[in-house]
Design a protein. Structure first.
Length: 244
């Protein structure tokens, strides 16, 4: 099931392509594997509509922010195509099942970014470098070589549309994996304390992401796009390794 979108054409925009601000795309990649069943997925389904209303109801934010939601378990699916949230009527309820394929998610994100970029350019939109926000409660169930290969393609320096990545983990998420996903960059990977209740962590995390996206939107009007990581009481930044 995918989100319900209002129809809009380029002709509906009162501004020309030259007059419009560049847009800042965010892809939220949500782990919906079996381990998310129960309270975790219930908390996600309760919070996601707030993402739509908080961002979509603010015209200044909605003008420059585009959000897509990708779920992943055995496979990856775009449940919300990259959208202006002011044009989204509803976000579908997510269901937990299957395993945790990081490879499927990274492969899907690569294809979606490539497709969305060209569609946006055809519609007259310009892009800032996209942001990918990974939220997971577990370790990848793929072979290490498989998911790392998919990640490597997604973050290949020669690919102009490679995204900046933020990663947030709780439950059985592995800090070393989250750090690898973000190329071990400072303040890009975060993990909840061991034993932290997902029903508490998830609402704080998603509320923090809303504020982060709103803050990032303000930077667009200053002529640059800054990816602001949320400050979360229930999570700590994963330290960057020191070199010998």
């Amino acid at each position: 099931m995918t989100a319900t979108l209002k129809k809009m054409t380029v002709a509906d925009s009162p501004l020309s392509a030259q007059e419009r601000y560049s847009v800042f795309p965010f892809y939220i990649c949500m782990d919906v594997s079996e381990s998310m069943s129960g309270e975790p997925i219930t908390a996600v389904n309760k919070q996601l509509p707030l993402l739509r209303t908080s961002i979509g109801s603010d015209p200044a934010v909605a003008e420059v922010i585009r959000v897509g939601i990708i779920t992943f378990s055995d496979t990856a699916t775009s449940v919300l195509p990259l959208s202006d949230l002011s044009m989204v009527d509803a976000i579908p309820e997510l269901v937990a099942r299957g395993r945790t394929s990081y490879a499927a998610m990274f492969d899907h994100v690569f294809k979606v970014i490539e497709s969305d970029y060209h569609a946006s350019r055809s519609a007259g939109d310009r892009w800032y470098r996209p942001a990918v926000i990974l939220i997971s409660d577990g370790r990848p169930t793929d072979e290490s070589e498989r998911w790392r290969s998919a990640l490597s393609r997604l973050t290949e320096p020669s690919w102009k549309r490679r995204p900046n990545i933020l990663a947030f983990g709780f439950g059985d998420a592995d800090p070393a994996v989250l750090s690898a996903v973000t190329s071990a960059k400072a303040n890009r990977a975060f993990v909840a304390a061991e034993g932290a209740d997902p029903a508490t962590v998830i609402p704080e995390l998603l509320a923090g992401l809303v504020q982060s996206i709103v803050s990032s939107s303000a930077s667009v009007y200053d002529g640059q796009a800054l990816l602001e990581a949320p400050q979360l009481a229930s999570m700590r930044a994963i330290p960057v390794d020191e070199l010998d």
